[in-house]
Structure formats: C-alpha cells, structure tokens
Ligand binder design. Structure first.
Ligand SMILES: C[S@@+](CC[C@H](N)C(=O)[O-])C[C@H]1O[C@@H](n2cnc3c(N)ncnc32)[C@H](O)[C@@H]1O
Length: 253
C-alpha cells in the first residue's frame, strides 16, 4: 500500500504532522485551559509528540489513542524516554468507538485527523468526543480549511489534488462547513484560521527547530524521497492562498 503523506513526513523526521503547526497547537492549548488535575484525551496521538508536550507543560494525566500501531510504539518509547509512564499512556483506539466511559475527560484534543474523514464520519467522531467529555469540557482541533469563495468546483479540485499529493483520500471543508459540523453535534465553538505551514520552510523551522528542519529537507531531497517530497510540497505551496488551517475550540454545555 502506498505510503501516506503523514507516514512519509514522520519517516523523514517530521514530528508535527498538522497543517498549522505549533502556532495552531498553542492556540488550542490556550483555549483548552488545561490544569494539573485535568483529564485529557488526545485522539490521533501518532508518535506522542503532543502527549509528552502537554504532560510536561501542565503536569496532567493524558491518554492518547491512534489506529497506527507503529506510531503507538514510537509514542510508548517517547513516554518512557521522558520518564512519564505514570502520567501518559498511548493505546490503540478508534475515534469512532473510544474505549472510555461517558463524561470521562475535561479536554479532547484532535489534530489533523478530521480532514481525513469522509462524509458524515467527521460528525460521527465529534459525537464520540461529545460523549466522553464531561459537561463544560472542551474539544480542540486543527484541520485543513479551503478558502475558495464557496466555489464547489474549485473545492472539489483542491480535495482531489490534496488527496493525490498525500496519498490519502481527504475531505477538507470550507470554514462554514467545519463550523456546522461542530454546531450540529452541540458544541459551542470559537475558531481561528491561518496559513498552512506544514511544509513551508519557516513553518518547518518553527515546528521542528532550524537544524532539524534542514535535516528533514535534506532527507526529503534524497533520491528515494525526492519525488514524493516535491509533489507534496509543490501542491501545498502552489495552492497556498486556497489552503489554510482552521482551529476549533468547542465547549460541551
Ligand atoms: C496527519 S496524522 C496527525 C498526527 C498528529 N495528531 C499530529 O498532529 O502530528 C493523522 C493521524 O490520525 C490517525 N487516525 C486516522 N484515523 C483515525 C481514527 N479513526 N481513530 C484514531 N486515529 C486515527 C492516523 O493513524 C494518524 O496518526
């Protein structure tokens, strides 16, 4: 099976696999208002970068779920390397059927996953987050937003182009479409948008550090990786005016 874009980026050394990078994550974390005694769930934790970041920053307990067993192994290693086994866990789990009781969490964080869900699957996942959140709890997300003046044909072209560029069938929405999904589920939302920085050079430097970003670019341009790296990056750069990130902070009232 063809390597997915986020698997490829992880293989060449990228640790943050999300459209708005650390800038968007910082906004989400500010809105989530995590305390030391908060119970936090990260859906789509991948290699555990955010799990470890949150546990260190806030001292809270956090559990991550993901469908990718190899990424969970990496997350486990990162948790152990940071001596956080008592606070942080990464387990196999599906956003559609979370292995947790109703009203178990104060915060659910979910970055760069809803874009990968098609049709009504986005709402299905959001309903599951609503179920596991305590009343007053917050869901915080970041995803890809299309900026196309509501032109359906162009939106369709961008979805097809992005899906081809990253080898994953994705369905990013316009900002109104995203907002309606959250509201239909019952979340009261605030949002923020900005440029997609996943593969821009300044974005990579901010997310990973200067030397790490240079190493990622160098690895990406090696013979074996070059075609894929350039295909992904060119699509994102060529369409940068019409592709952005959108973050939501939604409260369960
Ligand atoms: C683009 S990566 C983002 C990873 C990480 N959240 C980040 O921002 O760096 C998408 C992740 O979503 C996970 N994923 C996709 N569908 C999922 C589902 N239904 N339940 C849980 N995880 C899922 C994938 O395995 C992958 O790790």
């Amino acid at each position: 099976m063809a390597e997915k874009g986020h698997e490829f980026l992880a293989r060449i050394g990228k640790t943050r696999l999300r459209p708005g990078g650390i800038e968007a994550t910082n906004w989400l974390l500010e809105k989530a208002d995590i305390k030391e005694d908060s119970k936090v769930l990260e859906v789509a934790c991948n290699m555990g970068t955010t799990l470890v970041h949150i546990a260190k920053k806030y001292g809270c307990d956090i559990v991550g779920v993901d469908l990718d067993e190899k990424a969970i192994e990496k997350a486990d290693k990162k948790i152990k390397d940071n001596g956080l086994e008592n606070k942080v866990k990464a387990i196999y789990g599906n956003a559609f059927d979370l292995p947790f009781e109703d009203e178990s969490f104060d915060v659910v964080i979910n970055e760069a996953m809803l874009t990968m869900l098609l049709g009504d699957q986005k709402e299905k996942a959001l309903r599951e987050y609503y179920r596991v959140l305590k009343p007053g709890g917050m869901v915080v997300t970041q995803d890809v937003v299309l900026i196309t003046d509501n032109n359906n044909e162009r939106a369709k072209e961008l979805r097809i182009g992005l899906s081809r560029a990253i080898n994953v069938n994705v369905e990013p929405l316009l900002s109104d479409g995203w907002e309606s999904c959250f509201e239909r589920v019952g979340f009261k939302v605030e949002s923020k948008t900005g440029p997609m920085t996943l593969m821009s050079i300044p974005g990579m430097m901010k997310d990973e550090g200067i030397f790490e970003a240079l190493s990622i670019i160098k690895t990406g341009l090696q013979e074996f990786n070059k075609e894929y790296f350039q295909r992904m990056r060119s699509f994102m750069m060529d369409n940068k005016r019409e592709l952005g990130y959108i973050c939501f902070a939604g409260r369960k009232e």
